[in-house]
Design a protein around this ligand. Structure first.
Ligand SMILES: Cc1cc2nc3c(=O)[nH]c(=O)nc-3n(C[C@H](O)[C@H](O)[C@H](O)COP(=O)(O)OP(=O)(O)OC[C@H]3O[C@@H](n4cnc5c(N)ncnc54)[C@H](O)[C@@H]3O)c2cc1C
Length: 481
């Protein structure tokens, strides 16, 4: 496919929508998983829904692959372009179409940023619950495609639990509507089917979201432990006591060190791991639950417990956790974020195994995770300028995923399968189930043009390509701190 073949697309769209120059295309060649790169043939930046639909129909007619893209923060290579294909960048579709406080819903375009939904709902005392750490930049379109989660999804569920309607253009160009403003719907949950489809079914055009009343109060506790296993065991103790906190997060020493340097969050000194537990809800209920939590924590191996006295201290505790991914970037020139799930009861065991893998490989691992639902995020630190380290980091990530499957967990909790984990999907599903998944995909996309090469094994992956040293670093003009 040459750029002359894009001629008819160029003519179809208003001037300026299709970028074909090398610099514009280069800006889209990676997503949050920078170890993979692929430059697309062209990038379309539609200004409205009609232009999205026109582009998808053109792709279908000419059998040209396309990748829908929100903010490109995918950590699994899910929004990486396809060579000989185009990227449909949805950031200009950023209208909050309506907020309906009486029915507690919002209808938004796919390019709306997650946190902006809560900002629009705030005057009515409402908010949008799913809170990925990337919520300041990621889009609702990306969130539904990956069924994204966040710290507070332990209590409130993932994105799919908060999306009640989706209107989309399928990869074959039909406009379809699933669900709607009502909480009840007819037949199978097609809205749920679209959530987590990783851009393989088509492009979501507008999305109806549930809004929740803001909790009346929070009780946020930060607990220090001398071992990661003790922190993992404390999570089971809290859940076994019958409490259902809004969030339960663990960070271990390396991540604590990084977060402390980035945000001065004041985490307990000398902790091998910290546990953040947050209760939220009506004041009376929280007053009762906080006593219960206190006695559970006292029964664990905690060596220091800090209770947030006010909103400022709570924000400080969360700033440390939410900055963890980017802060870890300061400890090492490069890192990979993995995303696997183990049954909560086996958290301590899984963490010990990861520690052993880390020692064997000679690569450091910083663990930060949604402990309440067993969703691990090992951050594998490596230096891409050292020959073979990227490959060793990928191999270590693979060992961790295999461990998750063997323990009865999952290869992804919230970051999706994408490009990176597609070869692991058959480890979770038998061939009959995989076959059915392919047939379902074909119903939306008979030509396999929507985000091909993602989620399912089989297609060729681009070679791993570390970014290596910047030419100015090589010349000794600048250096990384
Ligand atoms: C620092 C950092 C922290 C993160 N923390 C979390 C976290 O706590 N929880 C979590 O779940 N994730 C997290 N992520 C991962 C990422 O932010 C989420 O997966 C997010 O949902 C991606 O949104 P996006 O707009 O960047 O989508 P993109 O990366 O652009 O796309 C993601 C997928 O969605 C598809 N897509 C995009 N728009 C549409 C559409 N309109 N219709 C159909 N398909 C579409 C793409 O094709 C792709 O497959 C984090 C990422 C970073 C960089």
């Amino acid at each position: 496919m040459s750029s002359t073949a894009l001629e008819s697309l160029r003519k179809l769209l208003p001037p300026g929508r299709l970028s074909e120059d090398a610099a514009s295309r280069a800006a889209f060649e990676s997503d949050g998983l920078t170890a993979f790169r692929c430059r697309p043939l062209g990038v379309v930046i539609p200004q409205n829904e009609a232009e999205v639909v026109q582009t998808v129909r053109w792709c279908h007619e000419h059998s040209i692959p396309f990748v829908a893209r929100g903010s490109g923060t995918s950590l699994s290579g899910g929004s990486m372009p396809v060579a000989d294909g185009i990227v449909i960048s949805l950031n200009r579709l950023r209208q909050i179409i309506k907020v309906d406080p009486d029915n507690r819903i919002a209808v938004v375009q796919p390019g709306v940023i997650n946190l902006q939904v809560s900002a629009a709902a705030a005057p009515y005392g409402l908010y949008y619950a799913p809170d990925p750490s990337s919520q300041k930049i990621c889009t609702i379109g990306g969130n539904i495609a990956f069924n994204s989660g966040g710290a507070h999804c332990l209590k409130y569920g993932m994105t799919s639990n908060h999306v009640i309607g989706i209107r989309a253009v399928t990869a074959s160009g039909e406009i379809v509507s699933f669900g709607g403003p009502s909480l009840e719907s007819v037949g199978p949950d097609f809205t749920g089917l679209f959530c987590g489809s990783e851009g393989l079914f088509g492009v979501a055009l507008d999305i109806t979201l549930r809004l929740l009343p803001k909790p009346e109060c929070f009780h946020t506790v930060l607990v220090g432990y001398r071992s990661l296993r003790a922190a993992g065991d404390a999570v089971s103790a809290v859940i076994d006591s019958g409490l259902l906190p809004g969030a339960m997060e663990i960070m271990e020493a390396l991540a604590i060190e990084a977060a402390e340097a980035a945000t001065s969050c004041g985490y307990p000194k000398g902790a091998a791991a910290v546990l953040i537990v947050e209760l939220e809800g009506p004041r009376e209920k929280i007053d009762a639950e906080r006593k219960q939590l206190e006695s559970v924590i006292a029964s664990t191996e905690a060596f220091e417990t800090v209770v947030a006295a006010d909103a400022r201290q709570r924000d400080g505790i969360w700033a440390g956790r939410k900055s963890a991914f980017s802060a870890v970037g300061k400890l090492s020139p490069d890192f990979l974020v993995q995303d696997g799930v183990v049954p909560r009861k086996r958290l301590g065991e899984a963490l010990e195994a990861i520690e052993a893998f880390s020692k064997d490989s000679g690569l450091r691992v910083a663990n930060v995770f949604h402990a309440g639902d067993g969703n691990l995020h090992p951050l594998i630190l490596f230096d891409d300028s050292v020959d073979g380290e990227l490959e060793r980091a990928e191999a270590l990530a693979g060992k961790i995923l295999n461990l998750c499957v063997q323990m009865g967990g999952s290869i992804t909790g919230e970051h999706g399968v994408g490009m990176e984990k597609r070869d692991f999907l058959p480890k979770m599903y038998d061939s009959a189930t995989m076959e059915l998944m392919h047939r379902l995909r074909a119903a939306f996309d008979p030509k396999t043009i929507a985000n091909p090469g993602k989620m399912f094994p089989g297609a060729e992956a681009p070679a791993l390509s570390g970014h290596g040293l910047h030419p100015l670093e090589k010349a000794g003009v600048i250096s990384r701190e």
